[in-house]
Design a protein around this ligand. Sequence first.
Ligand code: C5P
Length: 262
Amino acid sequence: MSDDSRPSLTGTLPETPDSARAGTPIAAVIPAAGRGVRLGPGAPKALRALNGTPMLIHAVRAMAASRAVSLVIVVAPPDGAAEVKSLLDAHALPERTDFLVVPGGETRQESVKLGLDALPPEYEIVLVHDAARPLVPVETVDAVIEAVREGAPAVVPALPLADTVKEVEPAAEADHPEPVVATPDRARLRAVQTPQGFDRGTLIRAHETVTDNVTDDASMVEQLGLRVVVVPGHAEAFKVTRPLDLVLAEAVLARRRLTDGF
Ligand code: C5P
């Protein structure tokens, strides 16, 4: 990462000082209501198994692995809340963490909003984490939390890109070549992951104000004109989207079992 792309946690926004937030409890909202059509036919994506355990359970454990996280709110498929509740009951989860399940909506954005509606008032910092990123390491979760506690209103974990990226004019008809309109400077681009971390009031305001359909919560905060900062993401925080990602995720779990003994 070049010097000018490092997160700057000093800025002009009114910020709550670190000392006031050092021990504040953290809640994580996990939108898990998507169907995951790109993964092929079958159960909703979050309920598909990775090495025998539903992806959602891996994602819940990844959030609860952080000692700072004391509540996880799972946003279930609209007709699947009871199933998700029994899945959580059936799997071992840390006792220090509380769990809530709420039904989700039509879009990811709606699902996150429904999760935020269930957030108890004592949580001033909230993470939003895709169930589709089941293997994010706890170091990444804690890095996001630390940056919010240091005063950033919104924090995203992200990685530099390996590929060069082209902007295209989408072809009017399928199978027609798409004209390239621009090649952004790769050194200034980042691929953004989750969990994204927020000052609670900022995220709620963003969800009340921004109506464009977005797939990234931080972009809503950007639209409010507030500062969003990046911390280093992790290769294992990749999103399980296509069938090949299931193979990769199971390989990561197999390697962890060998190296960590679980
Ligand atoms: O579809 P995509 O992979 O971008 O979804 C990202 C996350 O948002 C997934 O964890 C998915 O379950 C969730 N989602 C949701 N409600 C929707 C659509 C997606 O909770 N209506």
